[in-house]
Design a binder for this molecule. Structure first.
Ligand code: GDP
Ligand code: MG
Length: 437
């Protein structure tokens, strides 16, 4: 098994000067289309929130846990590491400069089996510091939106407390949730984990998840005096996410926050912080707590995730800030695209068995019959997938699929004919006849 040290953060979404975002499709394909990864449901953890609040630092502890639990067999022993080991992984840094822009994924997908026996793949997402002064509001909102739409667990990293603003940033998603609920018939998002850093009121609410739940309950309380929009966000959060939790982390100690020579050594970190990490990380990443990403009531496989990345980056590039209906449309399109590629896959695999490169020449009418059988199976695969966007969109995609498979069949037919020519020329009698006349 490759060691954690050989992995790296791969930038998949990069903001450009004109405030649009560039998707590195090649990098994504390399990551998501690996043979033993592409068909697994994805568990995607994203950490989002303001810059310089310890997101990347935290993710590096996630990496340690994942490496220990899923790459090193038994998962026993101490995953947190040894006292004097420097903390590696996603780059984290002191100083006030940003150094993570856009969206990064860890280059090594972690293969895991959930407690219900399902084989999944875990991906970690690090995001640009949102809401900082250098980026425009749109840049920030876009990164936050992409990470919310794409993750199954959104860790909303907040400093010191949960403020009104923090809830307001969720408004687009609760609105999206409202329009999506009818379409999907289930909650559009899985887990929202508020994570409050440097919590300093442990006498009011203790560190960890118990205090977190108390604080969250207080903050999500709807009051008549609140602005109507904020009342709505509060009411809708619970309707849009399957699970909403909160965890309070203590300050990690002055070495972590102020020492320019701090390398991440455990011995320099406050014991209370470490003991909280030991509780928090398995709550997110232990086999029994893994949450696969679902869109439209279907689990998203690694190769489907590619389509969602493309659709969402497109839609967030195309408008100032897209409205919930446009996002829903993009989701439905990606959804149909995934169903189409799966159907194409069915067709290709079946036809390969019949007339692939190593198979003998087939008479055209036999090939035609086989094509119809395989086409029907592919269309059946497409129809049996639950899709968003209604009949109209499905019909449009189905027509494109049929056209695509007919084109593919034309190529296979030509290839089959070339085998026939080869056969003719390689038969001595034909060869002789050609030269004698
Ligand atoms: P990011 O921009 O949110 O990814 O932040 P980084 O992970 O790069 O960390 C920025 C700085 O905050 C580094 O100097 C870390 O040592 C420090 N840091 C990490 N975790 C915490 C924390 O929980 N509280 C405080 N006050 N500082 C932290
Ligand atoms: Mg960072």
């Amino acid at each position: 098994m490759a060691s954690l040290r050989s992995g790296t953060g791969v930038q998949v979404v990069t903001p450009s000067e004109d405030h649009t975002f560039l998707l590195d499709e090649d990098a994504l394909q390399k990551l998501l289309l690996q043979p033993d990864v592409k068909d697994r449901p994805v568990v995607l953890l994203s950490v989002a929130g303001a810059y310089r609040k310890g997101k990347s630092f935290l993710l590096d502890f996630f990496l340690r846990y994942l490496d220990h639990t899923y790459n090193n067999g038994d998962g026993g022993g101490e995953w947190l590491g040894t006292e004097d080991e420097a903390l590696k992984g996603f780059p984290w840094l002191g100083g006030s400069e940003r150094h993570t822009t856009g969206i990064h994924l860890w280059s090594q997908p972690f293969k895991a089996t959930t407690s219900s026996g399902e084989k999944v793949v875990i991906l970690l997402m690090d995001t640009q510091g949102t809401f900082d002064s250098n980026s425009t509001v749109k840049d920030n909102a876009t990164v936050f939106a992409l990470s919310t739409m794409l993750s199954s667990v959104l860790i909303y990293n907040l400093s010191q407390n949960i403020e009104e603003d923090d809830l307001q940033h969720l408004q687009l998603f609760t609105e999206y949730g409202r329009v999506a609920l009818d379409e999907i018939g289930g909650k559009p998002f899985q887990r929202l984990q508020f994570l409050v850093r440097d919590w300093s009121f442990a006498y009011d609410h203790p560190y960890g998840s118990v205090g977190g739940e108390q604080l969250l309950k207080k903050r999500l309380l709807v009051r008549e005096t609140q602005h109507e929009e904020l009342q709505k966000v509060r009411q809708d959060i619970a309707r849009c996410f399957e699970e909403v939790t909160c965890f309070l982390l203590p300050h990690p100690g002055l070495k972590v926050s102020t020492d320019p020579h701090f390398t991440g050594k455990l011995s320099d970190i406050d014991p209370e912080f470490k003991s909280c990490l030991k509780k928090l990380v398995p709550m997110l990443l232990a086999p029994e707590n893994l949450v696969p990403k679902q869109i439209g009531g279907q689990k998203v496989k690694a190769r489907d995730l590619l389509n969602y990345f493309k659709s969402y980056v497109d839609v967030f590039n195309s408008e100032e800030l897209p409205n919930p209906m446009t996002i829903l449309q993009a989701t439905a399109e990606a959804n149909n695209t995934s169903a189409s590629s799966e159907a194409r896959n069915v067709y290709e695999t079946l036809m390969e068995e019949i007339c692939g490169g190593t198979k003998p020449y087939l008479p055209p009418q036999v090939l035609e019959q086989e094509h119809h059988k395989c086409l029907n199976k592919a269309l059946h695969s497409f129809d049996s997938k639950k899709k968003m966007g209604g009949e109209e969109m499905a019909t449009k995609f189905k027509q494109l699929l049929v056209k695509d498979l007919e084109d593919l069949f034309d190529q296979l037919k030509a290839h089959n004919e070339s085998k026939n020519m080869y056969r003719m020329f390689s038969t001595p009698a034909v060869f002789a006849a050609l030269f004698l006349c």
